[in-house]
Design a protein around this ligand. Structure first.
Ligand code: NAP
Length: 501
């Protein structure tokens, strides 16, 4: 079932050098390590495919996206089996994520059929305008060309081989070359088999999709530097994302890098909500913080609340809820050890007090809970950096002025949450202008894990939440990353793209 090969423009190929997968349980497999020649073959194939795929009808691309979804569903048991082995995520999570992935593909199919995303504009000619006539001017969004996508470790399906980046790029008309994440190469291969089958079924150019496996940075570097690549979609760490962003900017022809990077997703607890519902919020927070072993970019790592009895009660309730959470398997050994390093960094920071002691080793994660004053948090910027895993920090502020100071000091965030009752409206109104400048999505009385795939979703934000504040990697607006407006002046209808008809 698994070949360990790359899929390069319709050919399953592999070289002599291999790496071995490191599943949380079940059998390990050998996978080919991609080379610069593989990257060149895949990107050249993608460019060739663009001459037909980039000019194909929206109906045919919608049919292709739906066919990929069907082919993934028809391999559901194998994908769940290998996915759970490789990632250690439970079966229910893999099944849910598969539904999200196929739902996303189908959503983009229906989105492009509607056509609104083309943002068509027309300024009619004004031949009699004085002092100068106006020409006829039309505009439509066109696909940019071959796109590179990096599979993400924490979403083996929804942000990987046929995930949101791939679905939105294909919907736009852009061929895709995926650099598989080494944490789940078997899952990636099974999904690539599904895409390959859909390509054959729909008669699409085989260069429209390639998957290159690798466990090192060389393939990713070669991919973003390849002159025919026009844009990059990435979800992962700030360190890797920044390195790839810099490579994209340093190219002779720079290209956009759509990186979705780290976030601590702060929650602000306003006084009446805290007094009236503190224990309930604490329980909900513990659930959100520990879901999927905290390996979500929307994990709410920081709670900001006024110092006092209500926050003490909140801390006690959160501690009780977190103590009941068992150790969970993390996605990779590296992520587990990075989690413990992050924990050590937080624990040794001046003014930080541990509220809950737990121990975890190997590939396991248990929750940690800390408390720090607003003053110490403001003095130690390291506390505002993402710790990828189930670690929470309660920041106790002396007054609302300090809560606002913390909001103003935040780096860019994917999300920010206000817990409020009606009586907290004035404070919430004062926080909103600040949070709007800091986050891509602002919530009230909820938890940010669980990102709806829909038209109005924004999963992005100011740097370092993302490298491009005008974009989202979830929801139908994600297609805009892979489009470029083109204006047509005094153009005969026969020369216009079909989408302008
Ligand atoms: P990562 O280190 O960012 O790696 C993501 C991908 O980028 C991998 O395919 C990796 O290749 C590649 N890569 C890394 N450094 C590169 C470089 N300098 N040049 C070119 N390619 C490079 O993420 P990860 O492996 O998934 O997890 C590591 C840490 O990332 C986690 O502990 C967590 O802190 C963070 N993370 C954050 C999010 C989020 O959404 N905020 C999601 C996932 C991970 P190879 O692995 O093949 O070397």
């Amino acid at each position: 079932m698994l070949t360990g090969k790359h899929l390069i423009a319709g050919n399953w190929t592999g070289g002599d050098e291999t790496f071995t997968s490191q599943p949380a349980h079940g059998p390990a497999h050998a996978f080919s390590v991609g080379t610069a020649a593989d990257v060149d073959a895949a990107v050249t194939g993608a460019e060739e495919a663009f001459w037909s795929f980039g000019y194909s009808s929206r109906e045919s691309r919608a049919a292709f996206l739906n066919a990929i979804a069907d082919e993934i569903e028809s391999r559901c048991d194998a994908i769940t089996e290998v996915g759970t082995q490789e990632t250690g995520l439970p079966e229910a999570r893999l099944n849910g994520e598969r539904g999200r992935t196929t739902g996303q593909l189908r959503l983009f199919a229906s989105h492009i059929l509607k056509g609104d995303y083309l943002d068509k504009r027309h300024d009619e000619a004004l031949p009699d305008r004085q002092p100068l006539p106006r020409p006829d001017i039309k505009m439509v969004q066109r696909p940019v060309g071959p796109v590179a996508v990096f599979g993400a470790s924490n979403f083996p399906l929804a942000f990987s081989t046929a995930g949101g980046d791939t679905a939105s790029a294909l919907a736009a008309g852009c061929p895709v070359v995926v650099k598989g994440h080494p944490a789940h190469p078997g899952t990636a291969e099974l999904v690539a088999q599904a895409i390959d089958a859909a390509i054959k079924k729909c008669g699409v150019h085989p260069g429209v999709f390639s998957l290159i496996q690798s466990n090192g940075i060389e393939v990713g570097e070669a991919l973003v530097k390849h002159p025919l690549i026009q844009a990059v979609g990435f979800t992962g760490s700030l360190r890797a994302g920044r390195a790839l962003f810099d490579l994209c900017a340093a190219r002779p022809t720079p290209i956009p890098f759509f990186g979705e990077l780290g976030s601590v997703n702060p929650m602000f607890l306003l006084p009446h909500a805290l007094k009236n519902r503190g224990a309930e919020i604490a329980k909900g927070w513990a659930g959100s913080l520990t879901m999927g072993a905290g390996q979500f970019c929307t994990n709410p790592g920081i709670v900001v609340a006024l110092d006092g009895d209500d926050t003490d009660a909140f801390s006690a309730a959160a501690t009780t809820a977190l103590e009941a959470v068992n150790a969970q398997t993390m996605l990779t050994d590296g992520i587990a050890s990075a989690y413990r390093k992050g924990r050590d960094q937080v624990a040794k920071t001046a003014g930080v007090r541990e509220l809950m002691t737990s121990t975890c080793d190997l590939r396991n994660a248990t929750p940690y809970l800390y408390r720090v004053s607003g003053e110490d948090w403001l003095d130690n910027h390291v506390l505002g950096e993402e710790v990828f895993g189930p670690l929470g920090i309660i920041v106790t502020v002396s007054d609302f002025i300090q809560m606002q100071a913390i909001a103003r000091s935040l780096q860019g965030q994917l999300t920010s949450t206000i817990h409020m009752d009606d009586a907290d409206m004035d404070e919430a109104k004062a926080l909103m202008p600040v949070l709007e400048r800091k986050a891509g999505r602002i919530l009230t009385n909820g938890f940010p894990t669980g990102v709806e795939v829909c038209d109005a979703m924004v999963h992005g934000g100011p740097y370092p939440a993302s490298t491009n504040f005008g974009a989202t990697s979830v929801g139908t607006l994600a297609i805009r990353r892979f489009l470029r407006p083109v204006c047509y002046q005094n153009m005969p209808d026969a020369l216009l793209p079909a989408d302008l008809g």
